[in-house]
Design a protein around this ligand. Structure first.
Ligand code: SF4
Ligand code: SF4
Length: 427
C-alpha cells in the first residue's frame, strides 16, 4: 500500500512504525473473511482492511479522530485473527494500538463513555476494588431489568451486571509470596497472577502453583507485581500502560535466576510478550526485552518441562476454546490440546474455532450487542460437540462463556486435577 507521509511526519518514530506496517498491506482482503466483526456486521469498515484505510487516512492527514474512525476502531476486538490470516505479515496489532492512542489523545468522547472508561480503568486492574465491585453488582443484578431504555449506556450497565459471578470467592492476593516445592526446586519462575482472575477465579492460580510445585518448580510473585497494563493499553491510555509495564519489568528483573515468567491469562501474556516493543524507547528497554523473551504461557512451559498425569482418565469430553490472545496473539495452538489429551481427556473443537467469543477485555461491556452475538455463536458451536466441560486459557473467555449449561474451567485446572490436584470446583 502506498503511503504519503511527509519526511517531517516520518521523523516521529511512532509514525515511522505505522508507515512500515501500512506499506506491507497489499489490500488483498483475505483478512476480512476471518474477522469476527466483518462476519457479524458485513461492513467493510468493520473489517481489518477497512480499519487500516481509516487509520491510514487519519494519520496521513494528521487530523484528530472523528466519529467514524472511533465507531469502527472501537468495534475492533483486537482479537488479531487478521494477523493469523494475513499473508503479508501486516502487524495490525501495533497499528491499531497506535490508532487507539491517537483517538485517546484527539477525540472527546461523550460524558457517559468517558465516565464508564474511567470507572473500568480505576477498578478492574485492582483485585480488591474488583471484588467490592462484583459484590455490589451481584446485589444489583436482579434489578438490572429496571435500567431504563435501550440506550448504549443502559446496555453497557446491564452487561456489567450480567458479568457478575453468582458466587463469592475467597479473597486472594498472592503478591509478595513464594511457593517452594517441598523436595527442592529444579526451576524458578515468576507468576503473573492476573487482576480480574484473582477476584473472579482464585482456583486458577491455586491450581497453577500446585501443579508447578509438583513438577519441582518454585513460583515467586514479587510484591510490586501489578496489572499487566492490557486494559488501559487497549483504551489507548498509553502512559498508564507504559507505567504498568515498567513496574512489572522492574519487579521481575530483580529476581535472580529466573527461568521464565509464567502467565495463565493469555490476554495478559500477549501484552507481556510485547513489553519489549512497548518500552523500546524507554530506559528500561533492555530489561523489557528480556522480560518479553522469558514470558511463557503456562501450557508452553508445561510442554517444555514435561507433564504427565497420575490419575486414570476421567472419561470426560473437553471442548477446547482457543482464546484469541493465545491462538492469534501468541500463535499457541497445539500445546493446550496436546496436554489435555495427555491428561486423559477427549478433546473436541468447535467449528470456526478462529472466531472470538466476544469477551476481549472490556469489549463485552463496551460493545454489548456484538459481544452477545459472538458469545451465542461460540456457545452454539461449542455445545454442538456435546462436551462435558469447556476449557480455555483465559479468564475473560471463561467468564464470557459461563452460565449456559456447560461448566467452564481453565485448562490448567484440568491438568492439575489429573496430576493429583483437586477436582475443579466448576465441574
Ligand atoms: S483484530 Fe479482530 S476484530 Fe479487529 S480487525 Fe482484526 S480480526 Fe477484525
Ligand atoms: S490480509 Fe493482510 S495484506 Fe491483505 S488486506 Fe488484510 S491486512 Fe492487508
Amino acid at each position: 500500500m502506498q503511503t504519503t507521509f511527509t519526511p517531517a511526519q516520518l521523523q516521529d518514530p511512532e509514525i515511522a512504525v505505522a508507515n512500515d506496517i501500512l506499506r506491507t498491506c497489499v489490500h488483498c482482503g483475505f483478512c476480512t473473511a476471518t474477522c469476527p466483526t466483518f462476519v457479524t456486521l458485513g461492513d467493510e469498515l468493520d473489517s481489518p482492511r477497512g480499519r487500516i484505510y481509516l487509520i491510514k487516512d487519519m494519520l496521513e492527514q494528521n487530523r484528530a479522530a472523528g466519529p467514524e474512525e472511533v465507531l469502527h476502531i472501537d468495534r475492533c476486538l483486537s482479537c488479531l485473527s487478521c494477523m493469523t490470516t494475513c499473508p503479508s505479515g501486516v502487524n495490525y496489532m501495533h497499528l491499531v494500538d497506535h490508532a487507539r492512542v491517537h483517538i485517546n489523545e484527539t477525540y472527546r468522547r461523550p460524558l457517559t463513555d468517558r465516565l464508564l472508561r474511567d470507572v473500568l480503568a480505576k477498578i478492574l486492574p485492582y483485585p480488591k476494588r474488583m471484588r467490592s465491585a462484583m459484590a455490589l453488582a451481584r446485589l444489583a443484578k436482579p434489578f438490572g431489568f429496571l435500567l431504563p431504555g435501550n440506550s448504549m449506556f443502559a446496555k453497557r450497565l446491564r452487561a456489567m451486571l450480567n458479568l457478575a459471578p453468582a458466587q463469592t470467592t475467597p479473597p486472594q492476593d498472592l503478591r509478595g509470596t513464594a511457593h517452594t516445592p517441598p523436595g527442592g526446586a529444579k526451576y524458578r519462575v515468576a507468576l503473573l497472577p492476573g487482576c480480574a482472575q484473582q477476584a473472579i477465579a482464585p482456583s486458577i492460580n491455586a491450581a497453577t502453583i500446585a501443579l508447578l510445585n509438583r513438577l519441582d518448580v518454585e513460583v515467586i510473585i514479587p510484591a510490586p507485581t501489578g496489572c499487566c497494563g492490557a486494559l488501559v493499553h487497549h483504551m489507548g491510555r498509553h502512559e498508564e500502560a507504559l507505567a504498568a509495564a515498567r513496574n512489572n519489568v522492574a519487579a521481575w528483573t530483580e529476581i535472580p535466576g529466573l527461568d521464565a515468567i509464567i502467565v495463565n491469562t493469555s490476554g495478559c501474556g500477549t501484552v507481556l510478550k510485547d513489553y519489549g516493543f512497548m518500552l523500546r524507547n524507554d530506559p528500561a528497554a533492555a530489561d523489557a526485552a528480556v522480560v518479553s523473551a522469558k514470558t511463557l504461557d503456562i501450557t508452553e512451559f508445561l510442554t517444555r518441562i514435561g507433564y504427565a498425569p497420575t490419575r486414570e482418565p476421567p472419561g470426560l469430553t473437553v471442548a477446547y476454546h482457543a482464546a484469541c490472545s493465545l491462538q492469534h496473539g501468541q500463535q499457541i495452538t497445539a500445546p493446550p490440546k496436546i496436554l489435555l489429551r495427555k491428561a486423559g481427556f477427549t478433546v473436541v473443537e468447535p467449528a470456526d474455532s478462529h472466531l472470538c467469543c466476544g469477551s476481549a477485555g472490556t469489549y463485552n461491556i463496551m460493545q454489548p450487542d456484538i459481544a452477545t452475538a459472538l458469545r451465542r455463536r461460540k456457545l452454539d458451536t461449542l455445545k454442538a460437540k456435546r462436551p462435558d466441560v469447556i476449557a480455555a486459557g483465559n479468564i475473560g473467555c471463561l467468564t464470557q462463556l459461563a452460565g449456559d449449561g456447560v461448566p467452564t474451567v481453565h485448562t490448567v485446572e484440568l491438568l492439575d486435577w489429573m496430576a493429583g490436584g483437586e477436582r475443579p470446583a466448576g465441574l
